[in-house]
Design a protein around this ligand. Structure first.
Ligand SMILES: C[S@@+](CC[C@H](N)C(=O)[O-])C[C@H]1O[C@@H](n2cnc3c(N)ncnc32)[C@H](O)[C@@H]1O
Length: 194
């Protein structure tokens, strides 16, 4: 795999939010240890995390969905530059209307924070037996635990949505969730076995 430094640099210059190093390394390790092979990602941005996931092993396939045309086009270029077109399938689409019959071992939610519950409910049906739904930004730059860091009305609203999502996960009778304080806060939800 070629260096991903230019992708990170592009993200920094164009203010594209991509996963933090600590969070992405945690998920990549999880993928490796649990022998995850089929991944669905909600929120590709410029393809950084999809490329990292596909880089864990040669037999991993990633399906990823991005709503923003400019980011999607940049992601397509980045994926091509890594020769990963045959293992990363990217779709320009609102994930809320994206349909797939496929089953996935890991579904990664990293898109509009306000829609996390809807993404979870929509894609839980695509989870293969034993699969997990992983979500990022549960800490939202520390603002979820420290209200003093919330700087404007927009972030206050987002933090409210994330708290609501965390409560949804905690009280979920169908899935049990582990909350991991790595990167920007990660949750791992697994279907309960009764
Ligand atoms: C945090 S970024 C994703 C970062 C990426 N996973 C990474 O770490 O490289 C979130 C992305 O989700 C996209 N997004 C937001 N709402 C979406 C939706 N409804 N469907 C698909 N993509 C969406 C945004 O345009 C944005 O590029």
């Amino acid at each position: 795999m070629q260096s991903l430094a230019p992708i990170k640099e592009y993200a920094r210059e164009h203010a594209v939010p991509i996963m933090k190093d600590e969070g992405i390394e945690f998920i990549c390790k999880y993928i490796e240890e649990h022998k995850i092979k089929r991944i669905l990602e909600i929120g590709s941005a410029i393809g950084y995390s999809a490329i990292k996931f596909a880089g864990v092993a040669d037999d991993i396939n990633v399906t990823t969905v991005e709503i923003d045309k400019e980011r999607y086009e940049q992601a397509v270029q980045n994926i091509k530059a890594q020769n990963l077109e045959n293992r990363i399938s990217i779709h320009l689409c609102d994930a809320l209307i994206f349909e797939t019959e496929k089953q996935f071992d890991l579904i990664f939610i990293d898109a509009a924070k306000s829609q996390y519950i809807r993404f979870f409910e929509k894609f839980k049906h695509n989870l293969a037996p034993g699969g997990v739904i992983v979500s990022d930004n549960l800490s939202f730059h520390g603002m979820v635990d420290d209200p003093h860091l919330q700087c404007n009305r927009n972030t206050v609203m987002l933090v409210k949505k994330i708290r609501k999502y965390a409560a949804f996960l905690r009280n979920n009778t169908e899935f049990e969730t582990e909350f991991v304080s790595r990167g920007d806060g990660i949750s791992i939800s697994r279907k309960r076995t009764f």
